[in-house]
Design a protein around this ligand. Structure first.
Ligand code: ADP
Length: 379
């Protein structure tokens, strides 16, 4: 397996519109790197450029120290696993996995040894003689992973590999792929639009929007320290609440005002960043739904209660969606609509009065102008 490195790679399809204005990215040897983003953000284009299916317009792609930018797909030794399996339905499991070797005229003994090893690794031994068309989607996808690995590729690329599976099989295969990737130390690129897939499978996630990398980091860093408003809004279900506020810096402690009647002391970590921006700076305050306390009683807006969250807001329930172990409740407050996720059961109905408790040290502070997370801004 090899390290894959993109250096200032650009792609324009018709010579005019830039699908990828310039991307630099490393997939370290043995890691799974996910390319995650909404439809049209450039995931497939990036994947195809790495695989050699699409040419690059500028920049360079390296596999270890070799510049592969001008090599065709066949010369790159990249294996692909697609969402629709792309198997030969009338061939057996064994023959599908063996196919890339038999077509290259490899000796029978070598084919048999390599295929047997993969059948064992992928838990397919018992069904090796069955035709793949008889198998479940999950089993078919395991066969296509076997077929990808049998050539001993330098890189394996998973293109939305779980999209066609029902939810049980999705979770099961997700675990299987992750285990296989870790135990066999496969250098892997995963393309997905599904944040759960990226978070649960990848070592690192490259979040893309409009052809531009927004953040490349571990799943936990992406979730807990999102680089900007796009990443913060894209990752997390239900999405992060985004509330507009203004910095009121002239007082003894830096405060942020949501509305005339509602302000709070900013978390200490962002004080210096706020000071640099100056009084009146426009901010976006991000609050994860699970960081919002839901209390049935009503209280005075903006006033703290001892031993509880620092900022209290009265509101009226707009919608309540019961879940398994947590409920999602949407509340209209004087500073806007806020979504909270709290341990179930919340005995609430639309129209009920509630009090929300917010803790500013759990907030994410973004500059409204640049969209950047203040905590990650360099001074
Ligand atoms: P994703 O995989 O994230 O959905 P794509 O890589 O398919 O995104 O697309 C990125 C951008 O490139 C989009 O604006 C898309 O319309 C454009 N694009 C993709 N393929 C082609 C193509 N063959 N010709 C012209 N434009 C394309």
């Amino acid at each position: 397996m090899k390290e894959v490195r993109l250096e200032n790679v650009t792609k324009s399809y018709d010579g005019v519109s830039l699908a990828i204005p310039g991307i630099s990215l490393v997939c370290v040897r043995g890691e799974m790197l996910a390319l995650l983003g909404p439809s049209g953000c450039g995931k497939s284009t990036t994947l195809k450029m790495i695989a050699g299916i699409e040419s690059i317009s500028d920049g360079a792609i390296f596999f270890d120290d070799t510049d592969v930018s001008d090599l065709d797909t066949a010369s790159r030794n990249v294996a692909m696993v697609f969402e629709d399996y792309a198997l030969y339905p009338h061939l057996t499991v064994f023959d599908n996995i063996a196919f890339p070797l038999s077509i290259r005229g490899k000796p029978k003994a070598e084919i048999s040894e390599r295929v047997e090893r993969l059948l064992k690794l992928l838990g397919l031994r018992d069904i090796s003689g069955e035709k793949v068309q008889q198998l479940s989607g999950g089993a078919q996808q395991r066969v296509s992973i076997g077929r990808a690995l049998v050539r001993e590729p330098d890189l394996i690329m998973f293109d939305e590999p779980l999209s066609h599976l029902d939810s049980d099989q999705k979770v099961q295969l997700r675990t299987e792929i992750k285990r296989l990737q870790q135990t066999s130390k496969l250098t892997s690129v995963l393309v997905t639009h599904d944040q759960n897939e990226a978070i649960s499978m990848a070592d690192r996630i490259a979040v893309m929007d409009k052809g531009v990398l927004q953040q490349v980091d571990t799943p936990s860093a992406i979730y807990n320290q999102p680089a900007n408003i796009f990443v913060a809004s894209f990752i997390g279900e239900p999405p992060m609440n985004m509330l507009e506020g203004t910095y009121a810096g002239a007082e003894s402690q830096p405060r942020i005002r949501f509305a005339a009647q509602c302000d709070f002391t900013a978390a200490e970590q962002v004080w210096s960043q706020l000071d640099q921006r100056g009084d009146g700076a426009a901010l976006v305050i991000g609050i994860r739904p699970e960081d919002v306390q839901v209390n049935p009683a009503q209280a005075t807006p903006g006033r703290a209660a001892p031993g509880r969250a620092t900022l209290l807001l009265s509101g009226r329930v707009y919608a309540h969606e019961p879940g398994g172990d947590s409920d999602v409740v949407t509340v209209d407050t004087p500073i806007g609509r806020i979504v909270a996720e709290a341990p179930a059961p919340l005995l609430l109905a639309a129209g009920d009065s509630v009090e929300l408790g917010l803790e500013p040290t759990h907030f994410h502070y973004f500059c409204k102008v640049t969209g950047r997370n203040l905590l990650l801004e360099t001074a």
